[in-house]
Structures are given as C-alpha cells and as structure tokens.
Design a protein. Structure first.
Length: 254
C-alpha cells in the first residue's frame, strides 16, 4: 500500500467492459478504492477509473461518454454542467463572437446558450456526432476524420473536455480555426499541475498563449478556466482574453 493511502472498505465494483478501464459502483463511493488489486479513482458519482482521465484512449472515452450520459441529467450534476456552459457562453459573448465551434460537444451541446451565432461542433465519438447531427444544430464534425473540413471560428468553446488527452493534431486544428484573432475558452479540472503544464506547453508550441482564472465558485475540484489566444504586437488579444475570462468568472460566481 502506498504511503498516505488508506484502503477503503469493500465496495461492490465492476468494469463496464473488459479492458475499458471504466468501472461502476452501485452508489457514489469514496474518492479512491481498491478493486482486484488495483487502485481506482472516482471520476464522478459512481464512475471510477484506474488512471488519470488524460491517459484514457479513444475507446475508453466513448464508453465513459455512454456511462456518464444519464448522470448528466441528475439535478446536482446537471446544475454544475449548466453553470460551466453558461459561463463559457458569457465569455464568447463578451468578445462579440459571431461564429463558435464547440470542441467536444457531447450529448448535451451548448448551441442554445450562444445566441445568434454560426454554430458548429466536433467530437471524437461517432455516437455523439450522430446524436448531434440528429438535432440539426449545424455542421457537426467527427474527429479525426473531418478536422480538415472545420471552418474558421471567432471562438472555440470546450466544456468538460480538457481533462482528457488533447492530441497535438487537435491542438493544431484549434490553432488554425481561431486564426490570428480568435480564442479557445475551456474549463480545466482533474489534471495534475504537471499535466496542466504539459497541455499549456503543447498549446504554446502551436502558437497559442494562455490566460487562466481560478473558478471563484469551485464548481469542480481544482477548477479553473482557460482562454488561449494568439499573441499580437499590440497586446490586443491578451486584453480581450482577459475580458472574456472576467465575463466567465463573473457568470460562474452568480
């Protein structure tokens, strides 16, 4: 047993599918538990993972999407999701975005929160993409197949995505989409300080710099908001990124 880790009482737990790395308990359990000699970490409610979420592969993320889908309709979870999405929408509105791409739209896309904008979405999960296309909400792209088809946008919003692995080709696509004057607005949690630095460095390598703000409401554990922007000589983009984050945190703190 690792130093500082106290094994929890036995909790009934099973893997959703063999090799999925996604586990379920009957009820919400402790933050950590032991199962068949493996230490599991609570992802949300009754869902557990055997590794940090940024180390999940595509197949595991798809399974996780299906498992957590009904949980997102529960009042306590739905409330947090709604507040984060509303806050990111406020950030997009603060910079007068006319076109918005939602990166990782999931089963609960935020198109209705964005007002009169040209909306598009992208997700890595074919099931999510099929669902979103059925809503008729605008172009919905499947990563990685359709990355080249994504049109430029003033702002990319990405709620509850940056705790997963963000491949460099996705980061490169975001950089292309926002061009010289756009922004990427996202919330970040569940990543260790080291994993956050690695993600920030990957964006910097692609030409995007970071402004961040701590979530004043701490809706999630170690929760913060990021705004990524392309540097310019006048510093206009940085100033507008800060303006967007002020709107985000103000909306979160209501």
């Amino acid at each position: 047993m690792r130093r500082g880790f106290r094994e929890s009482p036995a909790v009934a737990c099973q893997e959703v599918a063999k090799g999925s790395r996604v586990f379920l308990t009957e009820h919400s359990g402790p933050r950590q538990l032991m199962h068949s000699g493996r230490r599991l970490f609570r992802f949300m409610d009754s869902i557990y993972l055997d590794r940090p979420s940024e180390k999940l592969d595509r197949e595991s993320i798809q399974i996780l999407n299906e498992v957590r889908r009904p949980l997102l309709d529960r009042s306590e979870v739905a409330g947090v999701n709604a507040r984060v999405r509303q806050a990111l929408a406020a950030g997009a509105q603060a910079v007068a975005a006319r076109s918005v791409l939602e990166w990782g739209c999931g089963y609960h896309p935020m198109h209705e929160l964005l007002g009169d904008v040209d909306y598009a979405a992208v997700d890595i999960d074919p099931g999510v993409v099929a669902h979103a296309r059925g809503l008729g909400i605008g172009p919905v792209h499947l990563a990685d197949r359709d990355l080249g088809d994504i049109a430029p946008a003033d702002v990319i919003v990405s709620p509850f995505v940056f705790h997963f692995r963000i491949p460099r080709r996705h980061i490169a696509t975001m950089r292309r989409v926002v061009g010289p004057a756009g922004f990427v607005l996202a919330n970040v949690y569940r990543r260790s300080p080291r994993a956050r630095r690695e993600l920030e460095n990957a964006f910097r390598d692609a030409g995007l710099l970071l402004e961040r703000r701590r979530d004043p409401a701490q809706l999630c554990v170690e929760h913060e908001f990021w705004c990524l922007y392309a540097p310019d000589r006048a510093g206009t983009n940085q100033a507008r990124a800060r303006e967007a984050l002020e709107a985000v945190t103000a909306a979160t703190d209501l």
